[in-house]
Design a protein around this ligand. Sequence first.
Ligand code: ZN
Length: 476
Amino acid sequence: MIVIRARRAVVDGAETPAAVLVAGERIEAILPFDMPVDAHDVVLADDEVLLPGLVDTHVHVNEPGRTEWEGFATATRAAAAGGVTTIVDMPLNSLPPTVDVAALHTKRAAAAGQCAVDVGFWGGAVPGNAGELAKLHAEGVFGVKCFLLDSGVPEFPPLDVDGLKAALEAVAEYDGLLIAHAEDGAVVRPAAGRRYADFVASRPPAAEDGAIATLLRLARETGARVHVVHLSAASALPQLAAARADGVPVSVETCPHYLTLTAEEVPDGDTRFKCCPPVRESGNRDALWQGLADGVIDMVVSDHSPSPPDLKHLDTGDFGTAWGGIASLQVGLPVVWTEARRRGHGLAQVVEWMAHAPAARAGCTARAASPRLRRRPRRVRARRAVHGGGAAPPPCRHAVRGPRAHRRRAPDLAAWHTGRGDAARAALAEGRGRVSERASEPMPQRRRGRAVSELASEPCGSACAKRRPSASEAVR
Ligand SMILES: [Zn+2]
């Protein structure tokens, strides 16, 4: 057993001194900082913070079939390097897409033995497979994802309104969860050319507003639990808040790129920044932060979606033809924390958004006593504030080891590291995701991640089903 003692640890939503007792891969207890324990002692420096592992429920791994875009070995190593100890893989971009039980088994077989962190799976809801959704649920997917417009890959077609309703009825039957890429294809226009402003205009907030309105209406009608992935348009926040106030079981995520980048800063022709829906103007970014502060947006997850560099069409810089996706699994925590801190949010709040909320919504907590207890601890090193303000908490120097090492040729990430002299990108580049003095530490080479699922009998149950004392009990 080891005991990790930290004067700053995030436990149950607050920073507190604590000693975390770990046996094997399991946290046995969270104890007072100086409680004597018969275990190997690890004491963090005063400027280090002990955090729970993050849970990223929006990751596109793409293996099998498009492993050259991203595979389980590289994605899970990037996750581990970024402090993420569980990812939930999206059902599309891999071949076959995870739209039936056989495909889920294929995915699991592809992941087996390769994963540095725990991996769960979303199923897919596509036209004609409503009858498969309960079976996927029974096999342990965390929910099913659908698109309401072209997904970008032909083998994962979108649902029309009737198809969405059929899927929601099926999901409601077993009290499952449907997660939706909510943009309205009737509002989105074809994009072409190098001007980023043109690309943003081709996917206006109205496209998200309309699709979300449809989703909410059908969620009301069917009673199904729904989740909006990667919200970019803050204009949708009022209707989401109203629906929730009415008891519609809806949750919402946004992503690090929407919270840290702005359309004004994206250079024309720089298709590394292309994602769908797009990164919008700075006022929209402010409103998304307000949505987080208000609790209308529940969580921050990556939408990590790499592609080979040539698919980004950097040579032409054409936003119409470039692949839409940003790879950020490894740098989500430092960039979000950097911006969160600037806006007055604490580290414990960031942990709520990036660990507890996604775990709770995906259902990771249904069988684990608490993700805070279940997750392997991770530490980050804080440093003294560089920019004045003695009362400000120290920014986080995040130990990403080799920011470009643990991904598969994804060009997007580079944009987050190079910096270009303006404030926002400097914040991204300087904040974190840069190699720290811990670069000499070995990366997790052991492949000990497990497949996790909604079934308590699945492998993760052996490690996490036993009840442990809650953190508050243990601290007392
Ligand atoms: Zn996605």
